[in-house]
Design a protein around this ligand. Sequence first.
Ligand code: C5P
Length: 235
Amino acid sequence: MQLVVALDMPSSAQNTALAEKLAIYDNIWLKVGFRTYIRDGRYFIDTLKQINPNFKIFLDLKLYDIPNTMADAAQEIATLGIDMFNIHASAGEVAMRAVMERLSQFEQRPLVFAVTALTSFDNNSFQNIYGSSIDEKATEFAKMSYKNGLDGVVCSAYESLSIKEATSDDFMTLSPGIRPFAEASNDQQRVADLKFACAQKVDFPVVGRPIYKDEKPDEKVKMILDEIERVCKVL
Ligand code: C5P
């Protein structure tokens, strides 16, 4: 299990300061999302790599468009030096294939994950949009992503295990909505702690507010890494 820290702070200076505090960790991922990337762009990615070249970077832009536009975007993303990015599974199989095919020209390509169901959805609102339950659709999207050569899916910790059972143990899961020590759930509907995430074989737990809103985010990360070591080992 590898920790992903969401850099969702309101300014570039704050995100940079957070990354600097976390530079002592060589084994964590940093998630750069909409807000940060729209504001600070490629330059910010370079800054992170300068702070610690061992940081792994997940660009969370959740691409959703026609296949050719998604493939074009994927090609540009592959030149950024990031390690993982994501698309929406509901963009469909043709889009998935277009993205993976375009990336095949790179000797070292970033990992590609597909978003199944946003963790902020509850079952009712999900049903209204997709016409089926989160469980059912998340598994269907995961199978589709696996079949088309993606590396994993973004899903809640609650779907991780059944997705692996329906695809493969090696097909990776990345789960936001993780509250390591039962902190406030905020706007997330389906939160889980690390013990549960580990039992569900989540490969990448994503933690944002519980870390960056803490007075000592570097110490919080240490606590989380220790907890991962503890709960994943005993399983
Ligand atoms: O602060 P918190 O730990 O809730 O942050 C979760 C992060 O994961 C946010 O950056 C959010 O945009 C992202 N995310 C999510 N649900 C998804 C995909 C990404 O919460 N399905």
